[in-house]
Design a protein around this ligand. Structure first.
Ligand code: MN
Length: 728
């Protein structure tokens, strides 16, 4: 691989120096500086000569990621080293042990986590749910891994232009589905916004360009307007001794686009293209919260506020730690404008998220909103729902929610995702309250438990001991807690029902003298419209079905040409003497002859019996059955040769034929025609596969004897294109 040019080396050195100057605020001693230097030189050596798709030296990527980690996420020295090393184990011959020897266990475990995340994401797209789960599992270990991964993803999104289209789409969809919501959840607003904006740019390039062009066309006018709007605010706050900075923030293309989508309106009808942000330096005279409201009150002297549009994230911080007071005021042109009021501390948390959160948290260590959210995510991850689909559903609920605040009768505030119902509220109070909820008093009016709550509602749950969750409840909840509680209740009830059902069924079968078998269930399940045994038992146990008509169910099958029973007899005995029905369904006798499942003999076949040494039953095989031949080789003494078919009343036998031919239009129709119309045979199963112009099929049919089977095979063989028909 070609080395780097002098020019490349110059760029690398320049970027590294920029990183070093950014590290001034995190490196506290010689050891810190040494760690950064060592990580850089090892990464540079490991990626030596390698270039990114854009053509630039590979090392510029980890350098850029490290810079994001320091400057935009506010993480420390070890995380920065891990960022520099994040692709070393995945892409080069260095191992995690090497990293551990050189940098210690903390950096090594972060690099290990990053390598695992990268591996999970490179897996097959069809297993996306599972790979997202693996990515999120790193949340349970070390949340810094995810934050570094987000930096990695941000840089990849910034440089996505040089990737081929299919990669752009894969990376963009992961970003929208996973990384942008995660960045939001971790309080990294600026990064979340940029990720969304870049995603839109690659997902819908034309729409993005169109909105961007319109924004640019109106930029000068807008900036002038913003200046005019904030000028009186500046004067007012200064007069009142507030130390602050103020800026007008233009919305991103993405947020404009999503508003156009949400409201189904054109660009020209979006008026709130900017918001104003006031960041104040807290004074010692009053708490930050009081200062927020003081500023709000000063603003009301200038502009008319819209009282129902106040968002108080100071009294009720968001789950990701976000705090600010958002208010809306009438602009001079009659349009509403949003103003965000934050202290410097609140602003740092809003921009840096997690890292800033921990910085301030050291001052008071009670569990706050962010910790609660993290605990929820960890619990969803460590107690995963049954399957990957359920898991994703839970994660979606946790990651994507936007919040509202609802109150208990005593005025305690609780947070819910928008869309949450009274039922969610009930489960939030207590699982038992949820399980016995029958209604709710919302703002003192009685409503259904399915009622969707609105921000500010006061809710009281009405319960009744006799009430209990039903499966429909799952359609009316929006929180993981409610969902998991309902599912676990239903599972518990179902388990009881299953056990109950098993005992009902077994008792009933004893009355009939029938031993339950797989074949019996193949008859019963469709008759009772159940997909599996558990469903059957559970319906039986909960009295949704009963066995009063089981007699006729079993008989009805015979009319339907379902495999029923047949008779064998020992040659030399008088017909009838030793005739025993295949007993698994209808007979109260013990089964003596059982048709072998491996070769499915049907009347007309040459048969040989094999006496099962355990049960004494005689298993009847086709004489040329491979299974029988191998049994005979081992235990010849158990063979029973003198068996023949007796008169048989059974209508149909299950048989399977396999066919092969040239694929052509209409072959399937011809096949169905032959089987159903001409021969009046019931198809149990028809499987067709076609590849490279070759057509292969497997048909399971009910036939009454070998003659009709052979006649069927003859006719099928005559269909144009089919060149091979054989019995399985
Ligand atoms: Mn990378």
């Amino acid at each position: 691989m070609a080395g780097y040019t002098a020019e490349d080396e110059q760029i690398i050195t320049r970027e590294f120096n920029e990183l070093l100057s950014a590290c001034n605020k995190i490196c506290k001693n010689e050891a810190d500086w040494e760690m950064i230097n060592k990580a850089f030189f090892l990464a540079k050596e490991a990626h030596k000569g390698v270039r990114r798709r854009s053509g630039e030296p590979y090392i510029l990527h980890p350098l850029a990621v490290a810079k994001i980690v320091v400057c935009e996420e506010g993480l420390g020295v070890k995380s920065t080293a891990a960022a520099l090393l994040h692709d070393v184990v995945e892409d080069t011959s260095y191992t995690v042990e090497d990293i551990e020897n050189l940098f210690g266990p903390k950096v090594a475990s972060m690099v290990d986590g990053l390598t695992k995340v990268a591996a999970a994401l490179s897996e097959d797209v069809s297993a996306q749910a599972e790979s997202f789960r693996k990515v999120l599992l790193t949340l349970s270990d070390d949340i810094k891994v995810i934050i570094i991964k987000i930096a990695d993803r941000l840089h990849n999104m910034r440089t996505l232009g040089s990737m081929p289209r299919h990669k752009q789409i894969k990376i963009t969809s992961e970003t929208m589905y996973l990384f942008a919501p995660l960045a939001y959840r971790l309080g990294l607003y600026a990064i979340k916004t940029e990720l969304e904006d870049l995603s839109l740019k690659y997902m819908y390039p034309e729409q993005y360009a169109e909105i961007e062009a319109k924004m640019n066309a109106t930029a000068a006018e807008r900036n002038e307007f913003i200046e005019k709007f904030i000028q009186p605010i500046k004067e007012k706050l200064t007069e009142n001794g507030v130390e602050f900075s103020i800026s007008g923030r233009v919305k991103t293309v993405y947020s404009i686009w999503s508003k156009m989508q949400r409201k189904q309106i054109p660009f020209e009808e979006i008026y709130d293209l900017f918001a104003v942000r006031i960041i104040f330096k807290p004074s010692d005279l009053a708490p930050e919260k009081a200062q927020c409201w003081h500023i709000y009150s000063l603003l009301t002297d200038i502009y008319t506020p819209k009282p129902d549009r106040i968002r108080d994230w100071v009294s009720f911080p968001k789950a990701n730690g976000y705090e600010a007071l958002h208010a809306t005021f009438m602009r001079p042109d009659g349009i509403w404008a949003e103003v965000q009021i934050r202290s410097e501390r609140m602003d740092e948390i809003a921009e840096r998220g997690f890292a800033a959160h921990w910085k301030y948290k050291q001052e008071h260590d009670d569990e706050d909103e962010f910790d609660k959210w993290l605990r929820d995510v960890r619990s969803a991850l460590t107690h995963p729902a049954g399957n990957a689909g359920d898991f994703l559903e839970n994660v979606k609920m946790t990651l994507y929610m936007t919040e509202m605040v609802v109150f208990t009768p005593k005025g305690e505030a609780r947070k819910f995702p928008v869309g949450a119902t009274a039922l969610d509220f009930a489960y939030d109070i207590h699982t038992n309250v949820g399980n016995t909820a029958i209604g709710a008093k919302i703002n003192h009016k009685i409503e259904s438990i399915y009622t969707k709550l609105k921000s500010g509602d006061q809710v009281q749950i009405l319960t009744a001991e006799t009430a209990h969750p039903t499966i429909e409840w799952l359609d009316h909840v929006a929180t993981v807690k409610a969902r998991q509680s309902i599912i676990s209740y239903l599972k518990h009830v179902r388990q009881n029902n299953i056990e109950n059902g098993i005992s009902i069924f077994e008792n009933r079968m004893k009355e009939f003298g029938i031993t339950p078998s797989a074949r019996l269930f193949r008859k019963l399940l469709p008759a009772y419209d159940c997909k599996n045994k558990d469903e059957f038992y559970s319906k039986l146990g909960s009295e949704i079905i009963n066995l009063n008509d089981i007699d006729s169910v079993l008989r009805q099958n015979a009319k339907n040409k379902v495999l029923k029973f047949w008779t064998f007899e020992m040659a030399g005995n008088k017909p009838g003497d030793l005739v025993v029905k295949n007993a698994d369904v209808d007979s109260m006798d013990e089964p003596k002859f059982v048709a072998a499942e491996c070769c499915n003999p049907i009347p007309g076949d040459n048969i040989t019996g094999y006496k099962d040494p355990r049960t004494g039953d005689i298993i009847v095989h086709k004489t040329d059955c491979q299974e029988l031949i191998s049994l005979a080789a081992q235990k010849g003494e158990n063979l029973v040769g003198n068996i023949k078919w007796s008169t048989y009343k059974a209508v149909s036998y299950l048989s399977e034929i396999r066919l092969r031919g040239l694929d052509r239009v209409g072959v399937l129709r011809d096949l169905a025609q032959v089987i159903t119309v001409e021969l009046d045979i019931n198809i149990r199963e028809l499987q067709i596969q076609s590849h490279d112009g070759i057509f292969e099929g497997k048909i399971s049919v009910y036939v009454s004897d070998t003659d009709s089977l052979h006649s069927l095979m003859d006719k099928v063989g005559k269909i144009k294109g089919i060149d091979k028909v054989e019995r399985v």
